[in-house]
Design a protein around this ligand. Structure first.
Ligand SMILES: *[C@@H]1O[C@H](CO)[C@@H](O)[C@H](O)[C@H]1NC(C)=O
Ligand SMILES: *[C@@H]1O[C@H](CO)[C@@H](O)[C@H](O)[C@H]1NC(C)=O
Length: 233
């Protein structure tokens, strides 16, 4: 068996089935396994959806744990499994009038509450595909896009924004890039940052209807402080 094939295939290993240190060393030599499709090319026996180590070029081929969906199809796709709550709420209520903060039910056609359990990622750019809802839990109403913070409560300046976006990539081995930016959208769209650090971004926003949305696709970077990699074998 040739050296290339041997090393190439050693990288398409499933989590828990191989020694990571070995694949880390190999990744310095051969770096072909950048996508779920390439895992399949390496070994057609990998037909099960699950977590795989991929080596995205944009990370200089450092390993990232990615969930591969559709491994029994010719076009599998990549997801990041989330460990903390990632919740988006476009509320189904609004302020009753412009003078108080009392609220009434308002079933806006876009209102909804969505929990993301995994997020779709573009493996070439390591950005989040905000419209992919394959791994979500719908609590109410319509799917709310990942990263968007919005509502339609016609808030007044003395009342709170009602839309909520809670994002966390804690324990994934990745962080949110500091370059990510949000912009206002919609009618009277406004938003504010409740919390922001490498792993967590919490926003609230509102409008009539409007709020805040990512200016560009949300970018993920490798987490320099991530130590779990060293203990997973
Ligand atoms: C796939 O699995 C079969 C049966 O277990 C094995 O004989 C074959 O070598 C495997 N293919 C590769 C590329 O590892
Ligand atoms: C699910 O993922 C596929 C790609 O694998 C995509 O084409 C489809 O739009 C996604 N569906 C939803 C509901 O996001």
């Amino acid at each position: 068996m040739g050296y290339k094939k041997n090393s190439y295939c050693s990288q398409g290993i499933r989590r828990g089935s191989a020694v990571l240190l070995f694949s880390l060393i190999l990744s310095y030599f051969l770096t072909d396994v950048q996508s779920c499709a390439q895992v399949k090319l390496c070994d057609p026996n990998y037909t099960t959806d699950g977590e795989y180590w991929l080596y995205p070029a944009i990370y200089n081929y450092r390993p990232v744990k990615i969930y591969c969906k559709g491994m029994n199809t010719p076009t599998p796709s990549e997801y990041l499994t989330l460990f903390e709550t990632n919740l988006f709420m476009y509320q189904n209520n609004r302020y009753t009038d412009g003078t108080s903060c009392s609220m009434e039910t308002y079933e806006h056609e876009n209102s909804g509450r969505t929990l993301y359990n995994k997020i779709g990622v573009d493996i070439r750019t390591m950005t989040i595909i905000e419209t992919d809802s394959n791994f979500t839990t719908q609590i109410q109403g319509k799917v709310v896009r990942y990263g968007w913070v919005q509502s339609c409560s016609g808030y007044t300046s003395s009342c709170d924004y009602k839309g909520v976006a809670g994002m966390s990539v804690a324990d994934t081995g990745l962080i949110f890039s500091g370059m990510n930016e949000w912009i206002k959208f919609g009618t009277d769209g406004e938003f504010s940052t409740v919390l922001r650090n490498d792993h967590t971004i919490a926003l609230k926003g509102d409008g009539a209807c409007g709020g805040g949305k990512p200016k560009y696709p949300i970018k993920l970077e490798t987490d320099p402080s991530f130590s779990k990699l060293c203990t997973v074998v």
